[in-house]
Design a protein around this ligand. Structure first.
Ligand code: GCO
Length: 262
């Protein structure tokens, strides 16, 4: 059975893999045997991340490029394929969020969130996908969100992008499953990361809300995503296509409960 989840000999490209959920999922793939191709756009963060991966005995190389830059992505992917080897697994994790009410949100800010969180995965998938289609093999995992299903005040651009990413996932699966490429998504619930730090402060109403709204009664630990990432990157999911696995401590399963109810 463990052979089904073994990623030895595989190469995995993780966008936004220098920190947070991207790093946690990448470590899971590395611990399962994959050679990590870490993407980021900050040289300093990259150096730090590579030291951390290698410190844990994980093979990792760094690849600095902007996921929204079509030419740069094309060149980076072609370079990896030619100099490092085939990209067998792609995790589209890079993302940003801007928390602003619609009436106060600048169009440029809206467009930037859509660009990184939705157009970015399209661009990277298109350039990696062409090699996977030629090889008739590949795994693509798009990192969605609760906002792929639920709305929330102030995160309109993010919700629009993550909703779109869910459908991008289903359509990529529709077009590429015939080439033995499995395209699926992971929808993290509320996790303790840098991105949620502003709303996870003790006493912050949203923090209390999430602890009450989540049946598991806690924020997710980034390591809670490792198993699902390895599952969707491995032979164990060879007939799973176009699915979004929500790792959310039960948020989407329930209407929630009043704060004073045990
Ligand atoms: C927010 C959070 C969310 C989470 C996550 C939930 O402001 O609501 O940052 O966006 O990060 O995406 O699934």
């Amino acid at each position: 059975m463990s052979a089904l989840f073994d990623l030895s000999g595989k190469r995995a490209l993780i966008t936004g893999g220098t920190h947070g959920l991207g790093m946690a999922m990448a470590k899971g793939l590395g611990q399962a045997g994959a050679h990590l191709l870490i993407n980021g756009h900050s040289p300093a963060k990259m150096e730090q991340a590579l030291a951390e991966y290698r410190g844990e005995g994980i093979t990792a190389t760094g690849h600095l490029f902007d996921v929204t830059d079509d030419k740069a992505v094309n060149a980076a992917v072609a370079g990896i394929e030619a100099e490092v080897g085939s990209i067998d697994i792609l995790v589209n994790n890079a993302g940003i969020i801007k928390r602003t009410p619609i009436l106060e949100m600048e169009v440029e800010d809206f467009k930037q969130v859509i660009d990184v969180d939705l157009v970015g995965p399209f661009i990277v998938s298109k350039h990696v996908g062409k090699y996977m289609v030629q090889r008739k093999a590949g795994k693509i995992i798009n990192i969605c969100s609760m906002m792929s299903e639920l709305g929330r005040n102030t995160v309109t651009a993010y919700a629009a992008a993550k909703g779109g990413l869910k459908m991008l996932t289903k359509n990529m699966a529709t077009e590429w499953a015939r080439y033995n490429i499995q395209v699926n998504g992971i929808g993290p619930g509320y996790f303790a990361t840098e991105q949620t730090a502003p709303i996870r402060v003790d006493g912050h109403p949203f923090n209390e809300f999430i602890l009450n709204r989540t049946p598991a009664g806690r924020w997710g630990d980034p390591d809670d995503l490792r198993g699902t990432a390895v599952f969707l990157a491995s032979a164990a999911s060879d007939f799973i296509n176009g699915q979004i696995i929500y790792v959310d401590g039960g948020i989407l399963a329930t209407i929630g409960k009043p704060a004073n109810e045990a």
